[in-house]
Ligand binder design. Structure first.
Ligand code: NAD
Length: 291
């Protein structure tokens, strides 16, 4: 397939990630059908498009014509058959459950045309765990967007051993045309690129705290004012949730059995006290007094 042949995009899942990926593709000129099993989610996504596009026009980021065209380009549908039947490229952004994704990919394999590439936006599942649910393993690839997908520029494209050069190239090209900055991972690796780097920074930051080298605020300040990060690792952890970090690290430990993968004791302490970060009013920082 040539890149010019990619006109119709199907997005599976209209949740946090899916509806924004779909809208970004529609803004960039593709004809997009976004499918979800939940009709309320579809309605919410459609309402979001109706409020988002005029806002972009008001801010001068889109012309009225561009916004009108984007609205025409995107449809939210409750049938996978309708969404994927004429798709040239599918981006799956459904719930992060391996068995569910394998079922979706098996269904897509039956529904989407033979030339269609099937990408997953999974943040942790490598596509080789999904590809063998289809008869087109060379066309099953990771295409990992970041949250919020309308704003964040990075896309990680992961070329597993089964992925053809053509699939990887087309996925990189599509990311660029969707106004993103794609990076190519030449091998599958747990956590992909950025989340691995973040995990290493966060592990080191927690070690420095544990050793009493510096306080939370000063470690964060070093990252913000020395490395130019928008926020430090502890502040970020409060935002994304200490509970999520704890669960992910415990899952990794269960997988590897390696004590080095266990969550940091200070993180466990916050988790056990129910101090999950911003959402509970307390985590590494106390949010009860300040907004
Ligand atoms: N949230 C993030 O920060 C983030 C970032 C990057 C990647 N991801 C990945 O994106 C994917 C979606 O995450 P999310 O945060 O949007 O989740 P979400 O829960 O907001 O959305 C998932 C959607 O999938 C739908 N769904 C479930 N089963 C389905 C099926 N069989 N067919 C179609 N739709 C189905 C659900 O109804 C829901 O609307 C996950 O794989 C996640 O790992 C998430």
């Amino acid at each position: 397939m040539k890149f010019e042949d990619i006109r119709n995009i199907c997005v599976v899942g209209a949740g946090n990630m899916g509806h924004q990926i779909a809208l970004q593709a529609a803004i960039c000129g593709f004809s997009v059908k976004c499918f979800d099993v939940n009709v309320e989610t579809l309605k919410k996504a459609d309402d979001f498009v109706n409020s988002y596009l005029p806002g972009r026009v008001e801010k001068g980021r889109l012309s009225e014509d561009q916004a009108r065209q984007a609205r025409v380009n995107i449809q939210f549908v409750d049938s996978l058959q309708v969404a994927a039947g004429d798709a040239d490229f599918v981006i799956e952004a459904a719930t992060e459950i391996l068995s569910l994704k394998r079922k979706i990919f098996a269904d897509l394999d039956q529904t989407a045309p033979a030339h269609c590439i099937l990408a997953t936006n999974s943040s942790a599942i490598v596509s080789s765990k999904i590809a063998d649910a289809t008869q087109r393993q060379d066309k099953v690839v990771n295409m990992h967007f970041f949250n919020p997908a309308l704003v964040m520029k990075l896309v990680e494209v992961v070329k597993g051993p089964h992925v053809s050069d053509e699939t990887a190239d087309l996925t990189m090209q599509l990311s660029k045309v969707m106004q993103k900055v794609p990076v190519l991972l030449k091998k599958e690796v747990d956590g992909f690129l950025l989340n691995r780097i973040f995990a290493a920074i966060s592990k080191e930051a927690m070690w420095l705290l544990e050793m009493g080298v510096a306080d939370v605020e000063d470690i964060d300040n070093a990252c913000v004012f020395g490395a130019g990060h928008p926020m430090g690792p502890f502040r970020l952890n409060d935002l994304t949730g200490i509970d999520l970090s704890y669960i992910m690290r415990m899952e990794k430990f269960r997988d590897t059995g390696n004590a080095a993968d266990l969550p940091n004791p200070r993180l466990v302490e916050h988790y056990m006290k129910g101090e999950f970060g911003e959402k509970t009013g307390k985590g590494w920082y106390d949010y009860s007094t300040k907004k």
